[in-house]
Design a protein around this ligand. Sequence first.
Ligand code: FE2
Length: 376
Amino acid sequence: MTRFRIATTIHQGKDSLAHLAEIGATDVLVVTDPFLATTPVMDSVRKYLAGARLTVFSEVEPDPTVTQISRGVEAYLNADPDTVVALGGGSALDTAKAICKVAQQHNDAPAHGLVAIPSTSGSGSEVTSFAVVTSEHPQRKVALVSDDMAPAMAILDPVVTRTLPPSLTGDTGMDAVTHALEAYVCTARNDFSDAFAEKACQLIFQNLETAVHDGQDLAARERMHNASTMAAMAFENSGLGITHSLAHALGGAFHKPHGRLNAVLLPVVMEFNAGPVTYGPHGISEVADRYAHIAHLLGLQAATRRNLALALCAEVRRLRTAIGIPDSLTGLGIDRHELAAAIPDLAATAMQDTCTPFNPVQPSQEHLAELLRKAS
Ligand SMILES: [Fe+2]
């Protein structure tokens, strides 16, 4: 038995920001970062909310801490809004979700709820029911999870992503493809999550390179924006896998971008999940067969089903190289000796990650250590 839930109304397409004017908001708290607060996108938000009293909280930083969220809660209490608008990447959206959750726990939730306007095509936070928050003492990332944290509305306007630089477009795009491919093979996958994961994969492999190399191509930006949200709708209802477990551990220790870590780890984990000796009805493991199906959807060709699965791993590596992401953890700037010394602890941390039980092949701690060595 599985449950598939979509709690967020989605508006998508060029100029979909205009839907802000239809909410009926009278008092709005905008949660964003200092950069976006000064861009034309913010001017558009002001234009569409011209009839409302606007308070802008623009102190969002990457990897929001409890202290930063407390400041946001203070801004919320002062503004007493009926609508919260989150404008930015995963950090801005997660900050706004955490602020709204605190307000809700004090019976002071905004009447029109949270409107998420993502400025990156990757995290999918605009449709998920959790927020990642960094606690400072001790420093660690904590996931707040609650059904009622999913935004009421998501506005996927490609214009908002047009100024995203190529490296961030690439990193976040590789996060999205990792969401889709992990959701597609994880233990809680189902027909509904499969549908969104398959479509997300097609859109990402068709459009990510263009979005990276020509950020002004709004058609590619729009497809990437939709794909990222679809991939999140898949993993919100199915789960992820050990690419994310390992990326979470490495991100905590070496502070490298989440999407880049996923990009390096993903094909290594896919080869582990596909399994060299597990045979199913088609002569290969069920997971490898699912990779082969995605490869088929992408138009890849190979003489055997197993080679088709391997062709998908090769395609992930090709895409990664085409958008300028290195092929190893040391290539990302992680010191080889520091990494080697940290591998036992990283593997232990990844073993405890909430994503690990959803991986299609249950790894041992030594398997995780070996995967880190392979990706080094
Ligand atoms: Fe991710």
